[in-house]
Design a protein. Structure first.
Length: 261
């Protein structure tokens, strides 16, 4: 991947830009980075222009001390899209990124032409206090070794984690401000206005993807999205919280067909 940096709203952010044609923006989840889309960028870039970024607070983007709210991220992505001259565009968001993408479609409808949300937590009931898997995942912040990172990441889907990926996560979480931003973004998502009754405000054609084996945010929480107009609901077998990583070939085909359709 060809990594670049740009300045948006006073923040230095890393992004990648591959392929050509219709633009597609990939927005990672909590603790993620551009590398979260390793199995997707090259394949999708054969059919469209694919832009991925490190959200502020994560990876190699700036991590100022601030409140990383969902509204902040939605406004930031609108500015980012305009800075690159890629609006309107299709947006894919995973988990936290899916929550942000939905809010972006509500707050800045002129920016989002199509919306793909993967296991978005934004419509969770206020009574949701976290699954055991989510609570174990957050313990990645306490990891003192790469092995401890692997154990925390294993909690996401009960699947082995590669040493090199765990090392990357360990190194990025060690960056100044990274752990504080992680917790702030988690709190920002939990305290954000629920999407449930606001989903009708999303006018862009929407596809919601969920892994049937998701332990972090179980598939039953897809229910609020089922009644959306102009939407497609996809439950994927043999997938956990990250369908784009678990079954990349299937995911890539679904996204490419939806964006071009």
């Amino acid at each position: 991947m060809d990594f670049q940096f740009t300045e948006v709203d006073g923040l230095h952010v890393r992004y990648s830009d591959s392929g050509s044609g219709r633009p597609l923006l990939l927005v990672h989840g909590l603790g993620g980075a551009i590398e979260s889309w390793t199995g997707n960028i090259d394949a999708l870039a054969k059919e469209m222009r694919v832009i991925a970024l490190d959200l502020p607070g994560f990876s190699y983007s700036d991590k100022p001390k601030m409140n990383y709210t969902i509204k902040f991220y939605a406004d930031f992505l609108a500015s980012f899209a305009r800075k690159l001259g890629i609006a309107p565009l299709a947006v894919v968001g995973s988990s936290l990124g899916g929550h942000v993408a939905c809010e972006l479609a509500i707050m800045h409808p002129q920016v989002v032409s199509k919306l793909i949300a993967i296991s978005p937590p934004g419509a969770l009931p206020k009574s949701f206090t976290g699954t055991p898997a989510l609570k174990r995942y957050v313990k990645v912040l306490e990891a003192r070794t790469v092995e401890e990172v692997k154990r925390a990441l294993f909690a996401v889907d009960k699947k082995p984690v590669a040493d090199d990926y765990a090392k990357i996560v360990f190194e990025k979480l060690a960056m100044p401000g990274a752990k504080e931003a992680f917790l702030s973004a988690l709190k920002g998502s939990a305290s954000a206005p629920r999407l449930g009754k606001r989903l009708p405000k999303i006018k862009a054609p929407t596809m919601v993807l969920w892994g049937k084996d998701d332990l972090m945010i179980p598939a039953k929480y897809i229910a609020p999205f089922v009644g959306m107009k102009n939407s497609r609901i996809v439950l994927l077998e043999s997938c956990g919280h990250r369908p784009h990583a678990d079954r990349p070939a299937v995911f890539n085909r679904l996204v490419a067909d939806f964006v071009s359709g």
